[in-house]
Design a binder for this molecule. Structure first.
Ligand SMILES: CCCCCCCC(=O)SCCNC(=O)CCNC(=O)[C@H](O)C(C)(C)COP(=O)(O)OP(=O)(O)OC[C@H]1O[C@@H](n2cnc3c(N)ncnc32)[C@H](O)[C@@H]1OP(=O)(O)O
Length: 159
């Protein structure tokens, strides 16, 4: 199974400035996302700087992590894709300082569109959030050559 690291090699961590998973983003979350069987998952412990309400993790950050883990499900299987739609349900507040597990799995793979689902649980198994998101597969993915992200909607320059 080829993934983005296979494609980009040693340059991957150098160019990966992703807020969620980039090792080289000084203000990023530096998520370590793992693949196991048909799921993809990560763990994260929110600190005070990740707050929304007092002592509660910011919901937008929770969505960011779910989006990232779902996207990695595809990228890790050699399918470059971008998020086009996401619906999140916040079921219970996530307390600051409590570790969470974020898990993603494939719901539907049809043509250019893949639908994934994610859920977030506390250490005791309580589900605190879930999301469903749609991803469009990009033909070229992200280009390393230009040092910036481009999608396959941008036309190739004329010869
Ligand atoms: C290494 C891991 C990286 C992780 C990254 C984390 C995830 C991210 O943050 S990605 C960044 C956020 N997302 C973006 O920036 C995406 C912005 N959007 C885009 O660039 C474009 O919409 C793009 C490239 C995805 C698709 O554009 P384009 O190729 O023109 O497709 P488009 O014609 O709009 O849509 C293709 C088809 O999908 C359909 N479609 C598009 N969106 C939806 C939707 N939300 N629901 C249903 N259908 C949709 C369209 O109707 C169209 O259908 P048809 O072909 O039948 O007409």
């Amino acid at each position: 199974m080829q993934n983005y690291q296979d494609v980009y090699g040693d340059k991957w961590q150098e160019i990966n400035k992703c807020f969620a998973c980039g090792r080289n983003n000084p203000i990023g979350l530096k998520l370590d996302i793992k693949h196991k069987d048909d799921i993809c998952y990560t763990t994260f412990t929110p600190k005070t700087e990740h707050s929304g309400w007092l002592n509660v993790m910011h919901g937008g950050l929770l969505s960011t992590i779910m989006d990232e883990v779902m996207a990695h499900w595809l990228w890790g299987r050699g399918i470059p894709a971008m998020t086009v739609e996401m619906t999140t349900r916040y079921l219970k507040p996530v307390p600051i300082g409590e570790p969470i597990v974020v898990t993603a799995r494939l719901q539907l793979d049809r043509g250019r569109m893949a639908t994934l689902e994610a859920d977030v649980t506390l250490a005791d198994g309580t589900q605190v959030a879930r999301a469903v998101a749609k991803y469009i597969k990009t033909e070229r993915g992200l280009q390393i050559e230009s040092g910036r992200s481009v999608t396959d909607t941008e036309a190739e320059p004329e010869e």
